[in-house]
Design a binder for this molecule. Structure first.
Ligand SMILES: Cc1cc2nc3c(=O)[nH]c(=O)nc-3n(C[C@H](O)[C@H](O)[C@H](O)COP(=O)(O)O)c2cc1C
Length: 190
């Protein structure tokens, strides 16, 4: 049953790994944030390499699904690891697809929050800043607040559940900022 303050968030994981911490963080958040925030988690296995020759209607089905999922969401939450001081290629590739048509991206004006994580204490912060730049290029609406950078991520899980209480408080603050931004926009468009 939908309530007026309920928001739909698309969680996009930057990792394809089966046991990915990034995906597990999104799934843990989806469990904890319901029912005020409904988080659907999308992984990027079905997105082919970007090729401008293929970027015309109807386009690859995985890309259509990505764009539809973004368009139908009220906001997006991206959880990503860091690969070689940047965001993983699969995530950049998906964002390149999502960025087209130029200046009409499904992410344009969409509220987006970011989580980065890593086994290292740096928590993927370099990937996070690279990701911000890419989102700015497609005119997404970055929702900033507490920067969610999870270092030593492997020590913060019990089985598949994130269990760091301090971390939870930051994660929930960030999610609440995203939700607040969505509700402000909703009020302005009524
Ligand atoms: C190709 C590759 C490059 C990596 N580079 C970095 C890095 O630059 N900085 C870092 O903190 N961790 C790095 N890592 C470690 C990942 O952040 C770590 O494996 C993380 O848990 C992967 O995310 P996932 O659990 O969501 O799959 C790298 C891992 C791989 C596979």
């Amino acid at each position: 049953m939908n309530t007026p303050d309920q928001v739909r968030i698309l969680g996009i994981s930057g990792s394809l790994r089966q046991a990915s911490f990034s995906t597990a963080i999104l799934r843990s958040l989806a469990r904890r944030a319901a029912p005020s925030m409904l988080i659907d988690v999308l992984t990027l296995e079905e997105i082919p390499f970007y090729n401008e020759d293929l970027d015309c209607p109807p386009g690859p089905s995985g890309v259509a699904k990505l764009k539809r999922s973004v368009a139908e969401s009220d906001g997006v939450l991206i959880a990503t690891p860091e690969y070689n001081h940047g965001m993983p290629g699969v995530l950049k590739n998906a964002l390149d697809w999502a960025s087209r048509p130029a200046f009409q991206s499904c992410l344009k004006n969409k509220p987006v929050a970011i989580i980065s994580s890593s086994l290292a204490f740096t928590g993927g912060v370099r990937a996070q800043y690279q990701l911000r730049e890419t989102l700015i290029a497609m005119q997404a609406h970055l929702v900033t607040g507490p920067e969610i950078v999870i270092g030593g991520v492997h020590t913060k899980f019990a089985d598949t559940d994130y269990h760091d209480e301090t971390g939870w408080s930051f994660l929930m603050q960030s999610l609440e900022r995203l939700r607040a931004e969505i509700l402000i926009r909703r009020a302005l468009t009524v």
